[in-house]
Design a protein around this ligand. Structure first.
Ligand code: NDP
Length: 218
């Protein structure tokens, strides 16, 4: 059993890596530029291709698409939200998620063939919810809404492959992205998030859950 995590060098990705490692699970930690980790820039298709080539033939039982950016925190409706921010945010939060999953499908299938049920966890956000819009942060919200949509549709296409897809809201967590006033520490949120991912099966593929196991609004 091995778990691959994108953006494993800090924040939630790093804490998830540590949690699985501490219980003896092999974790392939990937990061843009971090010594000892597999290099992976999810916004760079050639970097994704190179990772897939390095990992060819190696089963991956859980793929955690965690890497993400939040670039419009201080933007104003009238003056902000520049096109470059849209492009960069979608390259990481949406296209990057899709391309990493696409590139590593053979590894997930190899896990299935070895008898370990494969799964994909997409770390999205409640901020991508369509049903409970709160205004502002248009780029981040739209990118996470797209990530949720991606997860829902991949769940349909991958069910016959035996690959479960879960979509998760990690809570509002104190990280570089979440900031100091967040509701939760990493120590509070990450064990719950890990539990939700560990418990994901095909019977609930396409689910959108919070770190505490409650259902999130789409
Ligand atoms: P951080 O900002 O602390 O960490 C973000 C991680 O993503 C870093 O490891 C960063 O690497 C990596 N990353 C960014 N761009 C790329 C890229 N192009 N290629 C590879 N890695 C990249 O954020 P969090 O840990 O808080 O967030 C993790 C996930 O959880 C994100 O998807 C976020 O949207 C989501 N989330 C977080 C919430 C929170 O309250 N913290 C709430 C809801 C969702 P680098 O060091 O190279 O920049």
């Amino acid at each position: 059993m091995s778990i691959l995590i994108t953006g494993a060098n800090r924040g939630i990705g790093h804490a998830l890596s540590r949690a699985w490692q501490s219980s003896g699970t092999e974790v392939i930690q990937t990061a843009r530029n971090s010594p000892g980790m597999e290099p992976l820039d999810v916004a760079d298709p050639s970097s994704i291709k190179e990772l897939a080539e390095r990992l060819e033939g190696q089963p991956i039982s859980t793929l955690v698409c965690n890497a993400g950016v939040s670039l419009d925190k201080f933007d104003e409706l009238e003056t902000g939200y520049a096109p470059e921010l849209w492009a960069e945010s979608f390259a990481v939060n949406v296209t990057g998620v899709f391309l990493v999953i696409q590139a590593l499908l053979p590894n997930l299938r190899a896990s299935r063939d070895a008898g370990i049920a494969p799964k994909i966890a997409i770390i999205a956000s409640q901020m991508g919810s369509q049903n409970s819009p709160a205004g502002n942060r248009f780029i981040y919200r739209a990118s996470k809404a797209a990530a949720i949509n991606l997860g829902r549709n991949l769940a349909v296409d991958l069910e016959s492959d035996g690959i479960a897809v879960g979509i998760y809201h990690p809570g509002w967590v104190a990280t570089d992205m979440g900031g100091d006033s967040a509701d939760l520490t990493l120590d509070e949120a990450v064990p719950g998030l890990r539990k939700q991912i560990d418990e994901l099966t095909l019977s609930e593929t396409g689910c959108f859950k919070s770190w505490d196991g409650s259902d999130c609004e789409f």
